[in-house]
Design a protein around this ligand. Structure first.
Ligand SMILES: Nc1nc2c(ncn2[C@@H]2O[C@H](COP(=O)(O)OP(=O)(O)OP(=O)(O)O)[C@@H](O)[C@H]2O)c(=O)[nH]1
Ligand SMILES: [Mg+2]
Length: 349
């Protein structure tokens, strides 16, 4: 616990770049290999081997704070109104427990790196304020809450200093996502008056860059057209071409959902996936079985096309979207880094 971060990050900068350069040739957006991978990818694991090095390179660049130099990285950003179920969706994807509940729960950006590994024993670590803490599935939720309290104070305030959670686990999809605080209009006791503006600023910072993929989490019972998260994502992505919707809590409002997701009044370019997350103390296996049964047997939910329901569908979609985004953006990222490097070198000379 509390192990100090060593030189690993800075020491890896040149290898990150060489990974980028090597893969850039093998996986440029126009290369036929890239297109075949992106179009025909039935199995997540077949992607993982191909995508992993590039995703690692992107994550190393993230740790090297290249974003502070104005270089944007492809990132899946999870947004939604408060308690819409954002953290629950990430829990379902990772099969681990995150802090979730009523009222404001996520108070700092949580960068979650999921990485499949063959060892049956999961490995979890939490990085913040320059240190790395090793943890496990039983303690992760509490460790995140403690780290959040250290960063954002122990009342209900928020902060834009991120926490990074690394999850190496057998069978998880290779994805890096950022979970953000939910949007709320009305400050509760202990929150500053301008809480809405603070949350909005954090969200906008993450979703504005063209390289970001917006994962918009909507509760099934909500009127999508009045969701704050929809108006925020529409303000930066008018056509919806980089927005994917996840509809949660389908168990609570199944009626009329099919009509809502097929009408697509709010222009979601990357489509909808409907999910039922784990609730209370269900195990992940129980939750998955309940969700599967619901989508098979519920008179309303069973009518929704199977390509639009379930966590597995969501995982497959996200992996494909992430791969395409990295492939599309990588050449430009390498170019921007080289340009920066050259300008710093010429300043030095
Ligand atoms: N019945 C049901 N409840 C759900 C579902 N998804 C989430 N919930 C519940 O909704 C509440 C809020 O879930 P969270 O995952 O904490 O929501 P959030 O969007 O991360 O919340 P903030 O971080 O505070 O904005 C929790 O009590 C969850 O158990 C679902 O699919 N069905
Ligand atoms: Mg949350």
């Amino acid at each position: 616990m509390g192990e100090k971060r060593t030189q690993t990050d800075s020491g890896s900068s040149s290898s990150s770049l060489s990974i980028l350069q090597d893969d850039q040739e093998g996986f440029s957006p126009t290369s036929s290999k890239a297109l075949v991978l992106v179009q025909n990818a039935p199995i997540v694991s077949s992607y993982n081997e191909r995508i992993r090095p590039m995703l690692d390179a992107i994550d190393k660049l993230r740790n090297l704070l290249v974003m502070d130099e104005g270089i944007q990285l492809p990132t899946i950003v999870v947004v939604g109104d408060q308690s819409s179920g954002k953290s629950s969706v990430l829990e379902s994807l990772a099969g681990i427990s995150l802090p979730r509940g009523q009222g404001i729960c996520t108070r700092v950006p949580l960068i979650m790196r999921l990485q499949h590994h063959s060892d049956p024993e999961p490995e979890l670590s939490l990085e913040y304020n320059g240190r790395v803490e090793h943890t496990d599935e039983d303690n992760i939720s509490e460790d995140i809450m403690n780290a959040t309290n250290l960063i954002a104070g122990d009342s209900k305030g928020i902060s834009d200093t991120p926490l990074t959670l690394m999850v190496k686990k057998n069978g998880v999809p290779d994805l890096t996502m950022v979970d953000l605080p939910g949007i709320t209009r009305v400050p509760v006791r202990g929150q500053p008056e301008n809480i809405y503006d603070q949350i909005k600023d954090i969200i906008m910072k993450y979703i504005k860059p063209e390289e970001s993929i917006i994962l918009n989490v909507l509760s099934a019972s909500a009127d999508f057209s009045t969701c704050e998260s929809i108006s925020m994502s529409q303000s930066v992505d008018k056509t919806g071409e980089r927005t994917l919707a996840v509809v949660t809590k389908v168990d609570m409002a199944p009626e009329g959902l099919l009509e809502k997701v097929t009408a697509d009044d709010v222009h979601i370019g990357l489509g909808y996936v409907c999910v039922r997350n784990r609730v209370r103390d269900e195990t992940y296996e129980e939750a998955r079985a309940i969700a599967d049964r619901l989508f098979e047997t519920d008179p309303f939910l069973s009518k929704i096309d199977k390509s639009m329901v379930g966590i597995q569908v969501l995982a497959d979609k996200l992996v494909q979207i992430q791969a395409a985004s990295i492939a599309r953006n990588l050449p430009d990222i390498v170019k921007k880094i080289n340009d920066k490097l050259n300008s710093y070198l010429s300043e030095l000379n």
